[in-house]
Design a protein around this ligand. Sequence first.
Ligand code: GLA
Length: 357
Amino acid sequence: MMDGQQRLTTSVFGTLPDGKEVHRFVLTSPYGIEVSLCNWGATVLQIQMPDCNQEMGDVVLGYDSLEGYLHDPFYLGATIGRVAGRIKEARFWKSGKRYQLGRNAGLHHLHGGEKGWSRILWDAYPFETNHSSGVVFRYICKDGTEGYPGNVTTSVRYTLCGKTLQIHYEATTDQETPLNLTNHTYFNLKDGGKTGIESHKLFIRASHYLPMSEAYVPDGSFLPVYNTPFDFMKPRKLAKKMDLPDPQLQRAGGLDHCFILEEEPYVPCMAATLREKTSGRSLDVFTTYPAVQCYSGNFLDGSQKGRGGTPYIRRAGICLETQYFPDSPNQPLFPSIFLLPGVVYQHQTFWRFSWGE
Ligand code: GLA
């Protein structure tokens, strides 16, 4: 269904305590998808699309106002940097030097720490072409922030084209530093998070996953998914998987594991598909990253009132965080996430939506 033109509108989303304005950008595709973004955390605020009965509805979790995002403990829709996931004991060594990072998850460092990139105001540059619209978010993270070395200049470009939202990450540094950027959108294709994700079917193109230790970081081993509840090589209904009596699922309270796609592919490859039968909606994820952290929203606890006052209960949404492996700076067998001066960090993830027409 093609209806109307590709459009972009900008409005004020709210004001920060220091008086700075935060903007909301709404991208509308002629195919009926509407994506809202904001420059607080370079965040995906909302994605709306038709279902199989052509009824528009939300497919991601979010808050109605900036206030919700300022107090959000769950990273709804946010860009995560400098390093996605946990860094064990908030420290790593590089070239004989020890780097101590901020601790914001017990003894550990999570999602870039208190001053992580989900909690800062980015510069925003909206753009339109004949067939697409989008926003480039830019940020310069200063040397020493949260204990990381180097000034890092980064941009995250969102482009909506047809039924696909592309996220393009780019960064450079003036000192060697770890970098592992992702987006923390929670999907619920059925109803945007009013109920749980149990009815969804998930496919992940991964033959191995990383089991986690009690610290919620990979224990360093690689396990085949074959004959385990982690086998999503064929689409599997989440309801049948998340509470199986498996020690890894029980430790995490569901899925919160890194699935290995393949060595950094350089061209975007199929990573995962999420499908929901009653709505007829589906999402295909393509990426240049070598892994996807699949997190079934196990920490959501109803404490945060989301869009329209909906309390986001446990497993109201699922994150498919395309990225490198968590805790890589402390894991010699994992692909390195250290970015060198003179090298450009570049990654892309595509979310392609459909609704069973
Ligand atoms: C990630 C982690 C989870 C959790 C959430 C944030 O996806 O893997 O363990 O910390 O972020 O709530």
